[in-house]
Design a protein around this ligand. Structure first.
Ligand code: UT7
Length: 323
C-alpha cells in the first residue's frame, strides 16, 4: 500500500518577540499569571506587511531544502490557516505562485488549531489514492492580526509562525513498521461553534473581526476530546503509549499537555513543548514543534510520533506518523 512518508520539515518564526512583560504594559496582566495558567513566556509577532503567505513560503523553502527536493517536485499544496492573506483566493495558491509551481493543486484547509492534523490527513488521502505524488503540508498563521489587544483573556495566548512538511507517496508493507502516516482520526462538533470563534467574517459582518473564546469551557472540552481522539488512534492501530517515541501536541496550554501526557503514562521527556517560546500558533504549532524537535536531534528516522490537536468548531484530531 502507498504511505505518505515525511521527507523533510521546516519552519519560520517572525523576528519580533513579544514577552509577557511587554503585554503587561498595555493590558492588566502579569508574566506570572500567564506562565502559571498557560505556560507561555513569549510569542513571535509578524512585522507590518508580513503576510501568512510570507511565513508559509519561508517554512516551505526550509522543508524543501531539508527534503532535498526542488519546488517543481511538488504537485499538491495543502495549507492550514485561519488567518489567510485574503478571504480568497486560497493562501496556498500565493505560496504555489511564489514557489514558481504552475502544475498540480493548491488549497487551504480551515480547522483553526486542528488545521495541521486536518491538512496532514487530507494530503495523506490524496497521496495514498495515487492522485498526487508529493505534497507540501503547511500550517501558517498571523493570529496577531485577529486578536483584540485590549482583551487580556485572549491576547496573551497566541502568536504568529509557520511550519511545513514534505510528504512523498512511497510503497509500504502495510504494517506499523512502515514509515509515513499510519493513522488519522478527525472529529468535529459544531454545537460548540461559539465557544471559540471570530466575531466577523465576509458573510456575517463584512469585517475580519476578533477572536473570542470562553477559555474555561474550551479547556474542559479540550481535555476530554484530546484524550478521546488519542485513545481512538491507539485502539485502531494497537499501539501502546509506551511504543510512542514522541508526543507532539498542539500547543495551547501547558496544563492540558501535562494532564494528557500523565493520563497516557508518557513521561515529560517524550513530550515536545514549544508553547513557552511560541505561544499558541494555531495550525502552525505542530509543524513548528516538529521542526524544533528535528532540529535539536530528538526526532530520528523511524521514530513513532503521535500528533493531536483541538480547536474552534470544535474540531479535533490525532495522527500517528513513523518519521
Ligand atoms: O487552541 C485552541 C484550544 N484552546 C485552548 O485549549 C485554550 C483553553 N483554555 C485555556 O487555556 C485557559 O482557560 C486560559 C489560559 C485561557 C485561562 O485560564 P483559566 O485558568 O481557565 O482562567 P480563567 O479564565 O478561569 O480566569 C481566572 C481569572 C479570572 O478572574 P476572576 O473571574 O477569577 O476574578 C480572569 O478574569 O483570571 C483572570 N484573567 C487574567 N488575569 C490576569 C484572565 N486573563 C487574565 C490575564 N491576566 N491575562
Amino acid at each position: 500500500m502507498l504511505r505518505s512518508v515525511v521527507l523533510g520539515c521546516g519552519a519560520y518564526l517572525p523576528e519580533k518577540i513579544l514577552t509577557n512583560d511587554d503585554i503587561s504594559k498595555f493590558v492588566d496582566t502579569t508574566h506570572d499569571w500567564v506562565v502559571e495558567r498557560s505556560g507561555i513566556h513569549q510569542r513571535h509577532i509578524a512585522a507590518e506587511g508580513e503576510l501568512t503567505s510570507d511565513l508559509a513560503l519561508a517554512a516551505s523553502k526550509h522543508a524543501l531544502e531539508r527534503a532535498g527536493l526542488d519546488a517543481q517536485d511538488i504537485d499538491l499544496i495543502v495549507l492550514a490557516t485561519a488567518t489567510p492573506d485574503n478571504t480568497f483566493p486560497a493562501t496556498a495558491t500565493a505560496v504555489q505562485a511564489q514557489l514558481g509551481i504552475h502544475h498540480g493543486a493548491a488549497f487551504d484547509i480551515q480547522a483553526v488549531c486542528s488545521g495541521f492534523v486536518y491538512a496532514l490527513s487530507t494530503a495523506d488521502n490524496f497521496l495514498k489514492c495515487g492522485q498526487h505524488k508529493r505534497a507540501l503540508v503547511i500550517g501558517a498563521e498571523t493570529f496577531s492580526r485577529i486578536l483584540d489587544w485590549e482583551d487580556r483573556t485572549t491576547c496573551v495566548l497566541f502568536g504568529d509562525g509557520a511550519g511545513a512538511v514534505v510528504l512523498e507517496a512511497q510503497e509500504g508493507g502495510g504494517t506499523l513498521e512502515d514509515r509515513g502516516v499510519l493513522s488519522a482520526h478527525l472529529r468535529s462538533d459544531g454545537r460548540h461553534y461559539e465557544k471559540l470563534y471570530v466575531d466577523g467574517g465576509p458573510s456575517r459582518g463584512q469585517e475580519v473581526g476578533h477572536l473570542r473564546m470562553s477559555g474555561r469551557e474550551v479547556f474542559k472540552h479540550a481535555v476530554i476530546n484530546i484524550a478521546q481522539i488519542m485513545e481512538e488512534a491507539l485502539e485502531a492501530t494497537g499501539v501502546e503509549p509506551n511504543d510512542i517515541d514522541w508526543f507532539v501536541p498542539h500547543q495551547a496550554n501547558k496544563r492540558i499537555l501535562d494532564g494528557t501526557a500523565r493520563r497516557f503514562g508518557m513521561t515529560e521527556d517524550k513530550v515536545v513543548i514549544t508553547l513557552d517560546k511560541h505561544g499558541n500558533t494555531s495550525a502552525a504549532s505542530i509543524p513548528l514543534a516538529l521542526d524544533v524537535a528535528f532540529s535539536d536531534g530528538r526526532l530520528k528516522q523511524n521514530d513513532l510520533i503521535l500528533l493531536e490537536a483541538m480547536g474552534g468548531g470544535f474540531t479535533w484530531g490525532s495522527v500517528l506518523v513513523r518519521w
